[in-house]
Ligand binder design. Structure first.
Ligand code: ADP
Length: 181
């Protein structure tokens, strides 16, 4: 009997055949959560059984918001997504991945400028913890030039950034300005 063509859509995903759930850690500073971050979160939640968003506590980027505030921003903007967990990362990202049962690290790639750093990071993480694979998602085209640092810079100079960051984050920006920071 000739074999029937099986569409890739008919092949069951591992999670649906009772194997280990696929868990990814999406680490970052998220200091000024943008619609670019949220796009990656939503796409990651569709790809994996569980997405753990890891907020780096010790960011070298001189953050505007505490890790708790950044976690709260993500929490407010992802209400209704059932398979998301938000954690704080203190030390090594790969260790946080293993501690939370994640087999994958999810990162976003925007322009070529992201590539060199992300490539080095992925290779180093693989050296440290070979069982954890880094997965890259290309940015959605509308967010290709969107970064937290750029948004903070233009906001400081008086630009309207409501197209780039969700309302709870915009309100946090405004509170920060009202406090004279
Ligand atoms: P980090 O300080 O670790 O780079 P960021 O908060 O700047 O943290 O970014 C976290 C992750 O989100 C990174 O993988 C980054 O490439 C990705 N990212 C940030 N902005 C965008 C965007 N506009 N589109 C796609 N991915 C993005």
């Amino acid at each position: 009997m000739r074999g029937r063509f099986i569409s890739p859509l008919e092949i069951p995903m591992p999670s649906t055949v009772g194997s280990t759930p696929r868990i990814a850690l999406y680490p970052g500073s998220f200091d000024g959560l943008t619609f670019g971050h949220l796009d990656l979160i939503k796409r990651g939640c569709k790809l994996f059984d569980r997405l753990v968003v890891g907020v780096a506590a010790n960011s070298r980027k001189n953050p505007w918001f505490t890790a708790e505030e950044r976690m709260e921003h993500i929490h407010l903007c992802t209400a209704g997504i059932p398979n998301i967990e938000i954690i704080q990362i203190e030390g090594l990202t790969v260790k946080a991945a293993v501690d939370h049962g994640a087999q994958f690290i999810l990162r976003g790639l925007r322009a070529v400028s992201d590539f060199d750093f992300e490539f080095q990071l992925a290779i180093m993480n693989h050296e440290v913890m070979p069982n954890v694979e880094t997965i890259f998602l290309a940015t959605s085209p509308e967010y290709i030039f969107l970064s937290s640092s750029m948004v903070k810079e233009v906001w400081s100079l008086g630009a309207d950034v409501s197209r780039f960051i969700p309302q709870p984050v915009l309100e946090a920006f405004e509170r920060r300005r009202a406090a004279g920071a």
